[in-house]
Design a protein around this ligand. Sequence first.
Ligand code: 4AD
Ligand code: MG
Length: 504
Amino acid sequence: MRYIKDLKSAEGTEITLKGWVANKRTGKGLVFIILRDGSGICQCVVTENTIDQDQFNQADKLTLESSVEITGMVVKDDRQEGGYEIQVSNIHVYQVAEEYPIAKKAHGIEFLMDNRHLWLRSRRQWAIMKIRNSIIFAIHEFFQQEGFVQMDAPIFTGNACEGTTNLFETEFYDMPAYLSQSGQLYGEAMAMAMGKIYTFGPTFRAEKSKTRRHLSEFWMIEPEMAFYDLDQNMDLIESFLKFVVGKVLTQCELELAVIERDTTVLKNIVQTFPRIPYADAVKMIKGELDVNGKNSIITLEEDLAKVSARIDEINAEIVDRETKIATPGLKKGEVNFHVTKVASLREELKDCEENQKNIPQWLQSALNFKDGEDFGGSDETVLTRLFDTPIMVYDWPHEVKAFYLKRSNDSRYAKGVDVLAPEGYGEIVGGGERETDKDLLISKIKEHDLPMESFEWYLDLRRYGSVPHAGFGLGLERLVAWVCKLPHVRESIPFPRMYGRLLP
Ligand code: 4AD
Ligand code: MG
């Protein structure tokens, strides 16, 4: 069987492709089928004169998403995506599809989410999934070449790892159990056996949160390394992200183009990631410390002014174009041109209005931010807008972070690190050096109101050959969302599970 991605090697020969009708146009005596087969898309031209009449009629009647087998000559055509088209000599129709619910016209997000099983076939979703696939492969490649052993943590767990507020409770025979929030605690045990390990598995967080960053089920990559401290951990995170994003840039050029990703910021991945202590990050958010001459509060105020000006401009242009559209006798081509422009102006207007609404809220929360608190989504946005590479914020107030983090030299802080992605994306990685002091851990477990008996096994790791160690967790969907610049993580996973969404 041949695939569209391999057309180049088949130039000048006759081949058979199997796939679905992504689009169809007809001309006089001609049917143009845009075929997609999962590996790519290509135009297949059916000419009435050169094919059996019955087959031509079948081609003519094909509906969107009909399934077909097409045989024909591969011909170079630089106007086509991929550079080739097929001159069809034979068509076999598997099925003429019923009227496809997702037509070309714009649909609301809820409709698309309800039809996620079909939406995945669209060009944009295809590209996102290809990028996700490259990211996953690059993650394995990186850790494998660095000598890590991939090991799996259980999904049924008897203890909480990341606090008790967002646990999915379930039942394990007659015992209460939870779906894993993180494989880390098991990762620590495995690192003591293997030196350097990474887990890659599904993770569950019950958060009745409808933000663009939250999924109830997401995939997390959690490396854990014996004999690593916080600095070595940050070095590893940085080279890891450089590797993975670098791979996407070289392997997914077409996919990035399909989703119209401006790759400028992604290419900055080669630059050194700033490492910022929490205390400084707080000052940056509140506008008390500038970043390369940029002040958070002034930047936000300027952005708000810019957005407001742009909204006025867009509204004026829409009025102008609509007047033109209404002019009697305007050529059809020109009308279409203005209609398309107006549609894209309205899209931009929506974004601008969203920003106009958000910026004052970010501003308020930045000004009101209290030293010692955890960052909220808007604080991360304010901070990351000052940078155009990922940043690493470390040394967090120990009260706001998990029980297992090692206390910093300044005991108000813990050796945690969060990596925040630019362009407003915020946290994609959370990690840190682990507490090795058994008594401190015990007091933390009590402080967090966690049941001591389910942590006895974990405390054993501090009884038998305890060593400094560190690790981190990367949220796969958060990384995919940033790399693809998605408005919401829901598009970064084939079938998202989130508050209010269990189907399809
Ligand atoms: O910061 P978190 O909660 O850290 C941990 O779970 C640690 N045990 C990891 C470790 O050190 N081994 O989660 C890690 C990452 C976040 O930075 C984020 O990228 C992702 O997991 N994440 C989510 N992604 C989507 N939806 C959610 N609800 C997420 N919660 C966390
Ligand atoms: Mg975190």
